[in-house]
Design a protein around this ligand. Structure first.
Ligand SMILES: Cc1cc2nc3c(=O)[nH]c(=O)nc-3n(C[C@H](O)[C@H](O)[C@H](O)COP(=O)(O)O)c2cc1C
Length: 208
């Protein structure tokens, strides 16, 4: 099984590993991106999302993503992040429709987290480029009620050829291999990365 999947090419990363957006601290995302995965910033509560993106870009010249929780209006922060050079933007909770064009107009890619096959179909219909299928095992911000094992192949079948990244309960290489076998093209890990050295003194986590 090749682990350099088409979504790795699309995102410009070496390994099919995406770090979940668990904080607005640049250190962990920069370390993950420097190691060949995709580091993610949680930008939903940043005073200036552009400042966080610029600070992180000072630590890595590899691709990065920034995440926005859509239970409040994030247009201003999305604009700040895009102006600072962010080109992979992910969303969770709510409807990404009104954000897709502004990201595409900036030359960026949109990823959206879904918890069901029907939601995945709607997201692709409004122009989302990459689907994150998040099972209910996921830590932190959890959206759906379907477990990762049944959710991932259902979403893959509905959205193909749009790439799917699996999230929820993946903690080691066996879990990554399992979701690749289910048709996902990468794995997104959150809880596992909370143990990283770079998280020890992290500020602005999404942990309540
Ligand atoms: C501490 C923590 C904070 C999180 N905050 C966010 C967030 O702000 N936005 C988001 O899209 N997902 C968030 N998540 C969910 C992750 O994106 C991801 O779906 C989840 O961590 C995957 O499951 P796992 O924790 O079992 O690896 C968070 C997860 C954790 C553990």
């Amino acid at each position: 099984m090749s682990t350099h999947t088409p979504v790795c090419e699309l995102l410009g990363i070496e390994h099919p590993i995406v770090q979940a957006p668990v904080a607005a601290d640049p250190r962990l995302p920069a370390a993950v991106s420097n190691a060949g995965g995709l580091g993610s910033l949680g930008l939903s509560w940043s005073d200036d999302a552009g400042d966080v993106v610029r600070e992180t870009a000072g630590l890595t010249d590899r691709p990065l993503s920034g995440n926005f929780v859509l239970n409040s209006d994030q247009q201003h922060r999305v604009d700040q992040a895009l102006s600072a050079g962010l080109r992979v933007v992910s969303f969770i909770f709510g409807d990404p429709r009104s954000y897709v064009d502004v990201v595409h107009d900036a030359g960026g890619l949109v990823m959206h987290t879904v918890g069901s096959a029907e939601e995945a179909r709607r997201a692709v219909g409004c122009g989302v480029d990459v689907i994150i299928a998040q099972g209910w095992e996921a830590g932190g911000h959890v959206w759906g009620g379907v477990a990762t094992l049944p959710l991932v192949p259902a979403v893959v079948d509905v959205v193909a050829p749009v790439p799917v990244i699996a999230a929820g309960g993946i903690g080691d290489a066996r879990g990554v291999a399992a979701v690749l076998a289910l048709g996902a093209q990468a794995a997104l890990l959150g809880t596992r990365f909370l143990l990283a050295d770079e998280m020890r003194s992290t500020r602005n986590t999404g942990v309540a």
